[in-house]
Write a protein that binds this ligand. Structure first.
Ligand SMILES: C[S@@+](CC[C@H](N)C(=O)[O-])C[C@H]1O[C@@H](n2cnc3c(N)ncnc32)[C@H](O)[C@@H]1O
Length: 227
């Protein structure tokens, strides 16, 4: 697709943010977890360090840690300027303010980078991209996808969303997606098509409210379970 490094920002979250966005429990994680579109999130590094089987897949893992850091540095100030210019669009519950947000993103990046080379050797960071993943069916108990599907609804078509979610349902026995809003903070126009497609394939879907909100109104995830 060629969109990874220049159109979708390499902006990563921590394990604690993932736990809140996806309502994760220790039991959810115990079944092996795939972070699809993991980018420079520290989730995989942190849960792997805790002895949990975790794999992240992302096209940016074709790049070195230095290149990922360079891209992060290039976007951090423009991202902050955008956030400061749109105060009504954000809720400061987890992060205290824009500066705290940037500091937390930087901390996640550093945690990710500290694990990246080892993790690549151990095959915990895999180069790959939706809508096709090189994993066998049922490879994971849970797949999560944060800040890719639905958020980039303008860039990624409805057909892409449907194929991508079907693929996540193939490789994991449960799938959770967050947020359900677009970059403009509006409900994604692709949510209905995704839910219909998975229902046809025999999966149950539910929108679950979660205790995490940064984009104003963005406090729900989509949970998909094989019926
Ligand atoms: C905004 S970042 C989110 C990173 C992480 N999930 C988080 O929430 O902290 C989106 C990530 O999706 C990755 N990405 C872009 N296209 C993708 C695709 N087709 N399949 C998987 N990941 C993709 C990007 O490279 C980027 O790292």
């Amino acid at each position: 697709m060629g969109i990874a490094l220049d159109q979708i920002v390499p902006w990563g979250r921590s394990r604690r943010e993932y736990e809140l966005m996806f309502g994760l429990t220790a039991e959810d994680l115990s079944r092996g977890v795939l972070d699809c579109g993991g980018g420079p999130a520290s989730f995989t590094a942190e849960v792997s360090a805790a002895g949990i089987r975790a794999v992240a897949v992302d096209p940016i893992y074709a790049h070195s840690g230095r290149e990922i850091r360079t891209r992060f540095e290039a976007v951090v100030e423009p991202m902050l300027a955008q956030v400061r210019a749109t105060p009504a669009d954000w809720t400061w519950t987890f992060h205290r303010n824009p500066e705290d947000l940037a500091a937390n993103r930087r901390a996640a990046l550093e945690r990710f980078l500290a694990d990246y080379d080892t993790g690549r050797r151990e095959q915990r960071y895999r180069v790959g991209e939706l809508p096709e993943l090189r994993f066998a069916a049922d490879s994971f108990g849970l797949a999560v996808c944060s800040h890719l599907l639905f958020l980039y609804s303008d860039l990624l078509s409805e057909a892409f969303h449907v194929r991508a979610v079907e693929e996540l349902c193939r490789v994991a026995r449960e799938v959770r997606l967050f947020p359900l809003l677009t970059l403009r903070g509006e409900p994604s126009p692709h949510l209905g098509a995704v839910r219909s497609a998975v229902a046809e394939a025999g999966w149950a879907s539910e929108v679950v409210r979660v205790p995490y909100e940064l984009q104003r109104g963005g406090n729900a995830m989509l949970r998909l379970l094989r019926a």
